[in-house]
Design a protein around this ligand. Structure first.
Ligand code: SF4
Length: 266
């Protein structure tokens, strides 16, 4: 997609509904993230993040220019928080929101084919209430599972810079910390998420050795008396699903294994 970074266009952004909105800057982010005491609170703070100038510009420009098919819709155009259980047994991590998916609908993996693949699979294995993920008011629910992303704003060409990845990392770190009392299985969708998963858990003191990314790659370990499983899947992007690199059977198999493990350990 062509990148449009026009300050003239940004000057025509619609006024934000909440004029008292707090805008979290890069220098404040780690402290704000660390101070959150619940996943609900974390989700709210993430929505107010303005730490990455390039991604803020991009998410807002996409929300104005829109895709032709969605011209009649209001785009979300803000960061995307996690979705699902606040006491998850299984945590699924993707790369970043899609420009016309989550950045439009306001919910992770919602409104694009990747979301339909992921929620379709979760529905087949009994985790998601419905098998599609079209909009955030669809009454979708996840059993014992939460979905999140390593970077919370849609990046141009789905490629966040290393600096943007690192700037966003405290949100993921805190999300893991708050979820860890119940989470036992982690699923990394794609190599970027797989790497973020290892980095984050290492930062929390988990004894992880490097495990090469590949579909079905897994790492099992025990830490402070608790058993964990990390497992990888190819990302359900169209690039992988159209070409047959990732099939529904392959995705179902990884998610089923993670869900089963997460329910079977203490
Ligand atoms: S990518 Fe993360 S750190 Fe950067 S603006 Fe979005 S939410 Fe904030």
């Amino acid at each position: 997609m062509r990148q449009i970074f026009s300050t003239e266009l940004l000057g025509h952004l619609p006024p934000r509904k909440n004029s008292t909105e707090v805008r979290i800057k890069k220098s404040q982010l780690p402290k704000v993230a660390h101070a959150t005491t619940s996943l609900n609170q974390l989700d709210q703070h993430i929505t107010n993040c303005f730490a990455c100038p390039r991604l803020v510009t991009w998410r807002e420009e996409i929300a104005i220019t829109k895709r032709k098919a969605y011209l009649d819709q209001d785009y979300w155009g803000k960061p995307i928080s996690g979705f699902g259980s606040n006491k998850p047994r299984m945590l699924i991590i993707g790369l970043a929101p899609g420009a016309h998916g989550a950045n439009r609908t306001g919910r992770v993996f919602t409104g694009d084919p990747s979301g339909d693949w992921l929620f379709g699979s979760l529905h087949r294995i009994g985790i998601a209430k419905i098998g599609t993920s079209i909009h955030k008011d669809d009454k979708q629910e996840l059993k014992h599972t939460r979905i999140t992303t390593a970077v919370r704003c849609a990046p141009p060409d789905n490629k966040p810079s290393n600096d943007e990845r690192d700037t966003c990392a405290p949100w993921l770190l805190r999300e893991f910390e708050l979820a860890l009392p119940t989470t036992r299985a982690f699923v990394g969708l794609g190599s970027f998420a797989w790497s973020a998963l290892f980095t984050t858990l290492r930062e929390l003191g988990h004894p992880l050795t490097t495990t090469k990314f590949g579909h079905g790659a897994e790492f099992r370990y025990r830490h402070e008396g608790v058993d964990y499983l990390l497992i990888a899947s190819y990302h359900p992007s169209q690039q992988n699903t159209f070409t047959g690199k990732l099939t529904t059977t392959m995705l179902d198999s990884v998610l089923k294994k993670a869900a089963k493990f997460s329910q079977s350990v203490g």
